[in-house]
Design a protein around this ligand. Structure first.
Ligand SMILES: Cc1ncc(COP(=O)(O)O)c(C=O)c1O
Length: 362
C-alpha cells in the first residue's frame, strides 16, 4: 500500500480533480470571465499602489476598510456586515465546514454550480439534488418536499443559476426560505448579480436564515479571488470562526479597495456585457437548429437541436475553429446537447457566432 492509499479518504481518491482546459490560442468563452481589462491609467495607478504595499506583513485580519467599501458600494443593508473569502468558492467551503454536524445535509436544485456538492462532500455532508423542471425553472413542490424530508442544514439557490442562466421565481424562493425556517440556512448565491437586474440583498433583513453570497469574479476581477457574504450578525460570527485568518491577501485587498473607488468602470463594463448579451441572444434565436435559453447572467446556455448533430460534436467543431466554450451536455439529463458560452466583446461574440454557424453547417 502507498502512503496515499493508506491515508487518503476513499471518496477523495475516487474523485477526478476539477478540470480547467488549457485555453492558449483559443477565444476563451468557457469561464464567464469579463473580457475587458483596465485602462492603462488605472493599471498604472494600481501598479503604484500595489508596489508600495508592505508585502512582508500579514494582512490585518479585520479587513475593516475593504469591508466598509463593500458594504457601501455593493448595497449591503444598513446594520449588516460581510465575511470575506478567497473567491466565493472558499465561502461555500466555510459554510459547509461550519454546518457539518453529523448527519447534516445540503440541498440544491440540479443542474447547478458543482462546488455546492463538492464542498458538501469534502466537509462530510450529504448532498441532495432536486432536478429543475424541463423549462429549467424551480420545481417548487419537489423542493418543498425535499426540505421536509431531509431538513437540510444548507440550501443553495443561485440567483441567477449557473449553468442555466435564469433567475428563479422570487415567490418560489421565499416559499423555500419559509419552509426551511430555523432548521437551516438558505444561501442565495449571487455570483452573476452584476448582470441580473435583481438581487436578494435588499430583502436580507427580513430573513434570519438567509445568506447572500457574492463574488467580484464576474465583475472583472476573477484573478484576484475575492468573495463576500452577508447574513445576520449571529451567523456571520460563526462562519468567521472557520475562515482562515489571512484568507484574503494584501494584493487582493488593495486591488479591491482601489477598484471599488472606481466602481463606475466595472459597472460600465457590466452594462456593455448586458448589451452584448441581448445582441448575442437575438443572433442565436435567429439560428435554425439552436435553442438559446433566456439569461440574466454573463453567459448563455444553448441547446443544439439539429438532427444527427450532438452538442459534443458542435463543441469539438468549435474547438477546431479555436473557440472554447463549456460542454455541459453530460452534466445533467436536462442539459442534453447543451453548451454554455460566455458573453464577451463584440469581436469575440462575432467570432463565436461565425464558428458556431459553420459548425452547424459542416
Ligand atoms: C453560481 C456560482 N457561484 C460561485 C462561483 C464561484 O465564484 P468565485 O470565482 O468567487 O469562486 C461560481 C463560479 O463560476 C458560480 O457560477
Amino acid at each position: 500500500m502507498s502512503v496515499a492509499k493508506n491515508i487518503i479518504r476513499a471518496d477523495v481518491r475516487a474523485l477526478s480533480a476539477y478540470h480547467v482546459p488549457d485555453a492558449t490560442g483559443f477565444v476563451k468563452l468557457d469561464a464567464m470571465e469579463n473580457p475587458y481589462t483596465l485602462s492603462p491609467e488605472l493599471q498604472q495607478q494600481l501598479g503604484a499602489k500595489l508596489g508600495a504595499l508592505a508585502l512582508n506583513r500579514y494582512p490585518v485580519p479585520s479587513y475593516a476598510a475593504l469591508k466598509a467599501a463593500i458594504r457601501d458600494k455593493m448595497g449591503v443593508p444598513s446594520g449588516f456586515d460581510v465575511v470575506l473569502g478567497n473567491g466565493s468558492d472558499e465561502l461555500i467551503s466555510i459554510v459547509s465546514v461550519a454546518c457539518a454536524k453529523a448527519g447534516a445535509k445540503v440541498l440544491a436544485p440540479l443542474p447547478g454550480f458543482v462546488m455546492y456538492a463538492m464542498s458538501a462532500q469534502f466537509a462530510g455532508l450529504e448532498f441532495v439534488g432536486v432536478p429543475l423542471k424541463a423549462d429549467l425553472s424551480l420545481d417548487l413542490d419537489a423542493m418543498l418536499a425535499a426540505v421536509r424530508e431531509h431538513r437540510p442544514a444548507i440550501t443553495y439557490l443561485a440567483y441567477p443559476n449557473n449553468p442555466t442562466g435564469n433567475l428563479y421565481d422570487i415567490d418560489a424562493m421565499l416559499a423555500i426560505i419559509r419552509e426551511v425556517g430555523d432548521t437551516g440556512v438558505v444561501v442565495v448565491d449571487e455570483a452573476y448579480q452584476p448582470f441580473a437586474g435583481d438581487s436578494f440583498m435588499p430583502r436580507l433583513p427580513q430573513h434570519a436564515n438567509v445568506v447572500v453570497m457574492r463574488t467580484v469574479s464576474k465583475l472583472g476581477l476573477a484573478g484576484i479571488r475575492l468573495g463576500y457574504m452577508s447574513a445576520s450578525a449571529e451567523l456571520l460570527a460563526e462562519f468567521d470562526k472557520v475562515r482562515p485568518p489571512y484568507n484574503v491577501n494584501v494584493l487582493t485587498e488593495a486591488t479591491a479597495e482601489f477598484l471599488l473607488e472606481h466602481a463606475d468602470v466595472l459597472d460600465e463594463q457590466a452594462e456593455a456585457i448586458c448589451a452584448e448579451r441581448a445582441k448575442l441572444a437575438a443572433a442565436l434565436a435567429a439560428l435554425p437548429g439552436v435553442q438559446a435559453f433566456p439569461s440574466a447572467a454573463n453567459f448563455i446556455l444553448l441547446r443544439i437541436q439539429q438532427a444527427g448533430l450532438s452538442g459534443t460534436q458542435v463543441f469539438e467543431r468549435l474547438l477546431q475553429r479555436k473557440v472554447l466554450v463549456k460542454n455541459v451536455g453530460k452534466m445533467h439529463p436536462l442539459l442534453e446537447n447543451c453548451l454554455r458560452v460566455t458573453v464577451s466583446t463584440p469581436e469575440e461574440n462575432a467570432a463565436f457566432l461565425a464558428a458556431l454557424q459553420s459548425s452547424l453547417n459542416t
